[in-house]
Ligand binder design. Structure first.
Ligand SMILES: Nc1ncnc2c1ncn2[C@@H]1O[C@H](COP(=O)(O)OP(=O)(O)OP(=O)(O)O)[C@@H](O)[C@H]1O
Ligand SMILES: O=P(O)(O)OC[C@H]1O[C@H](OP(=O)(O)OP(=O)(O)O)[C@H](O)[C@@H]1O
Length: 213
């Protein structure tokens, strides 16, 4: 008998792309396409329930085993860490972390302690630690580009996709920090308990990703 597995999917930018992937893999996603305010949806033709959650919560639910699988950006994985298997790069939600400064400013050419704003303080800390640079990190919750504009910080570490937001705010990327894309993650116990079912789901996703090449 098949168990109904649960997959936590990041709401927002990654949701539509996840639905496209699942449909390509033969899963009927009609309930998630028009979710209303409902947060848990049963797929009619496959033993999977989709849970719609905020990115860091996807990791929390998978780590605790209340969801067997998750779809989350590498940005969130790098920031939050945790104990789970990262089994597939899903190829969508592609962007990068970059260090950016005000046009014309010389971030590396000063000896004073620099301040850096980010929604991702752990990613920022690891990046500068690996460079052996001591910086003050200020956590900002969104629209991080405001911090250098308001002269709160000398730089930001943020997600860059097209570069349009940086440009519109007079900022320029000066170094790439890490590439980002959506990942499929699996709870470690579920991987053993529901080995065949999870293998079937991964194989379906891989098959669809292969078709896209
Ligand atoms: N241009 C982009 N900006 C931000 N995230 C992106 C971008 N492109 C892809 N992503 C991916 O999409 C995921 C979800 O981003 P989204 O903007 O939908 O939510 P969020 O910014 O984390 O939360 P919210 O905007 O609801 O506070 C990110 O964690 C990242 O992996
Ligand atoms: O390079 P671009 O294509 O311009 O995309 C990057 C922008 O998108 C994200 O912001 P989001 O829209 O998620 O808002 P937020 O800053 O409130 O998280 C990110 O933080 C950048 O600001």
């Amino acid at each position: 008998m098949s168990e109904r597995l649960k997959i936590a999917i990041t709401k927002g930018r990654l949701l539509d792309k996840s639905v496209e992937l699942f449909e390509g893999a033969g899963l009927d996603c009609s309930p998630i396409k028009d979710p209303g305010r409902r947060l848990v949806h049963s797929l009619p033709n496959y033993p999977l329930d989709a849970v719609l959650a905020k990115a860091p919560d996807v990791i929390t639910y998978v780590e605790h085993g209340v969801c067997d699988l998750g779809i989350v950006g590498k940005d969130t994985i790098l920031e939050k860490g945790g104990s789970f298997y990262e089994v597939l790069d899903l190829g969508f939600g592609r962007c990068r972390f970059a260090l950016a400064v005000k046009q014309g400013s010389d971030f590396f050419g000063t000896y004073k302690t620099r301040r850096v704003a980010s929604k991702y303080p752990e990613v920022t800390r690891a990046f500068f630690a690996q460079k052996g640079m001591d910086v003050d990190i200020i956590k900002i919750e969104g629209s991080v580009e405001l911090a250098p504009i308001l002269n709160l910080t000398d730089a930001i570490v943020d997600i860059v996709e097209t570069g349009a937001t940086l440009k519109a705010n007079g900022l320029v990327p000066i170094e790439d920090v890490a590439p980002v894309s959506a990942r499929l993650i699996v709870n470690t116990a579920s991987m053993k308990l529901y080995k065949d079912q999870i293998a079937d789901f991964i194989a379906r996703c891989e098959g669809e990703l292969e078709k896209r090449k």
